[in-house]
Design a protein around this ligand. Structure first.
Ligand SMILES: C[S@@+](CC[C@H](N)C(=O)[O-])C[C@H]1O[C@@H](n2cnc3c(N)ncnc32)[C@H](O)[C@@H]1O
Length: 370
C-alpha cells in the first residue's frame, strides 16, 4: 500500500473524492484541494485514467508537520528511500510551492531538496550523480501548505486537465476538468437534452458527451507512472481495455451553438479527436434568438463571454438576457459560469445558487437554479 494525492481545483474536491473512492482508493484526508488516499499502483493508475476533475496524481514520499527550518527539510528528504522510485541515470526535476509557510524561498528549497536526494543516492560520498536527458524524469514537488511539508512524485506527466482533444481553442476556453465538474455539479440526467449556447471550442459539450458515454478521459494518453515502471505497460493496457468495455454506446441529446461561425469547424475537429463526433449537433446561432423560444426543457450549462471584445453596455445587456432566459424558462435546468462580477447586481440572488470555482487561476462563480 502507498499513499497518493490527487490535486484538483477549489470547489471540485467532493467530486474528486468520489472519483478516488470509485477507483478503490481509501480516503485519508480531503483539504487544501488535495485528496489524500491509500491504495496500490493499480489504484493510482486507475485514478489517473478516470479522474475528470483532477489536475495530477502524486505519490506521497514524505509528510511532516512543523517544518520551519532547512535542516529539518534536508533530513526529511534525505530519509526518503529514493531507491524505491529512482533508477540509474533518471533525471530529477524539482519544483516547490509554499503557501503561508516559514520556508518560502523556492530556489533555496529546491537546492537543499536536490542536495538531500543526491546525497541519499550517492550514500553521502560526494560523487556526481549523472542524469541522462533521454531517461525518464522524476518530477518532484516539494509542497508546503503552512508549515506542513509534502514531498510528492508526479505520476501523471502532463496535467490531467489537458485531455489532448483541444489542440486549438476559441476565446477564453474553459479548462477541461472544470467543464467536467460543471456538468457533474449541474446534476444533468444523461437522458435529458443538454445545451450550451456559448459553446466556443465545445469543451463543456465534449466533457458531457464523454461523461454520458462513460469514456475514461485519459484512454488515449501516456502516463509518467508507466515510464517510471510504477505500473507495467501490460497492466496499464489491461486497465485501458477494462475502461473500453465500460463505455456506453447510446446516443445522447446534446446541442451546442455559438455566434461565431469559426467555432463550428473547431468543435467538429475537437469532437473527432475526443471520439464523440457521432453525437455532435452544432449550429451557428445568436443567443438572443433563443431567449423567447417557448417550451424549452433542456439543462443549459454554459460559459458566456464576460469581457473579451464586449463593451460594458453589451455585457450588461447580454447578462440581463441570460437572467431573462432563466426566468422565462422555469422548467429548464440552468447553469452558467462567469467571472462577470456585476451579474449579482442584475439578478434576484435569492433565486440562484452561487458557488465559487476557479478556471486555472481565475476566480469565477457558477450560478444555478435554486
Ligand atoms: C467564454 S467563450 C466560451 C468558451 C468555451 N466554453 C470553450 O471552452 O471554448 C464565450 C463564447 O460565446 C460566444 N458568443 C458571444 N456572444 C454571443 C451571442 N450573442 N450568442 C452566442 N454566442 C456568443 C463567443 O463567440 C465565444 O465563443
Amino acid at each position: 500500500m502507498h499513499t497518493f494525492v490527487l490535486s484538483t481545483s477549489m470547489g471540485l474536491e467532493k467530486i474528486a473524492k468520489k472519483e478516488v473512492e470509485k477507483q478503490g482508493g481509501n480516503i485519508l484526508s480531503v483539504h487544501d484541494r488535495l485528496i489524500t488516499f491509500s491504495g496500490d499502483m493499480h489504484t493510482m493508475a486507475r485514478v489517473n485514467l478516470w479522474s475528470r476533475v483532477g489536475n495530477r496524481v502524486y505519490m506521497q514520499l514524505a509528510y511532516r508537520e512543523n517544518v520551519t527550518d532547512f535542516d529539518t527539510l534536508y533530513d526529511t528528504i534525505h530519509a526518503i528511500n529514493w531507491n524505491n522510485v529512482y533508477q540509474e541515470w533518471y533525471q530529477i526535476v524539482l519544483k516547490s510551492s509554499s503557501q503561508k509557510s516559514e520556508l518560502s524561498s523556492a530556489p533555496a528549497i529546491q537546492k537543499i531538496s536536490k542536495k538531500a536526494i543526491v546525497n541519499h543516492l550517492t550514500k553521502d560520498s560526494g560523487e556526481f550523480l549523472y542524469e541522462d536527458d533521454s531517461r525518464p524524469t522524476l518530477n518532484i514537488l516539494v509542497l508546503f501548505i503552512g508549515n506542513t511539508l509534502r514531498v510528492l512524485l508526479d505520476t501523471s506527466g502532463n496535467p490531467l486537465h489537458m485531455r489532448g482533444y483541444r489542440t486549438e481553442a476559441g476565446e477564453a476556453p474553459i479548462k477541461e476538468n472544470l467543464a467536467a465538474g460543471m456538468v457533474i455539479l449541474s446534476g444533468w440526467k444523461y437522458k435529458q437534452p443538454l445545451y450550451d449556447p456559448f459553446c466556443g471550442s465545445g469543451t463543456i459539450w465534449i466533457e458531457a458527451a464523454m461523461l454520458a458515454k462513460n469514456i475514461a478521459p485519459w484512454l488515449h494518453r501516456w502516463f509518467t507512472c508507466v515510464e517510471l515502471g510504477m505500473i507495467s505497460w501490460d497492466d496499464m493496457n489491461v486497465l485501458r481495455e477494462e475502461a473500453r468495455k465500460k463505455q456506453y454506446e447510446w446516443k445522447y441529446d446534446i446541442h451546442l451553438s455559438d455566434i461565431d461561425s469559426d467555432m463550428i469547424d473547431l468543435v467538429n475537429e475537437n469532437a473527432q479527436r475526443a471520439k464523440v463526433e457521432d453525437m455532435i449537433s452544432v449550429e451557428q446561432k445568436d443567443f438572443y434568438d433563443l431567449v423567447d423560444t417557448s417550451d424549452i426543457r433542456w439543462t443549459l450549462v454554459s460559459n458566456p463571454p464576460y469581457g473579451e471584445r464586449l463593451e460594458v453596455d453589451d455585457i450588461e445587456r447580454l447578462y440581463k438576457n441570460i437572467d431573462k432566459f432563466f426566468r422565462v424558462h422555469p422548467d429548464c435546468g440552468w447553469w452558467v459560469i462567469t467571472s462577470y462580477e456585476s451579474f449579482d447586481g442584475l439578478i434576484d440572488l435569492k433565486k440562484y445558487k452561487k458557488r465559487k470555482l476557479y478556471n486555472g487561476g481565475e476566480k469565477c462563480y457558477f450560478y444555478g437554479r435554486v
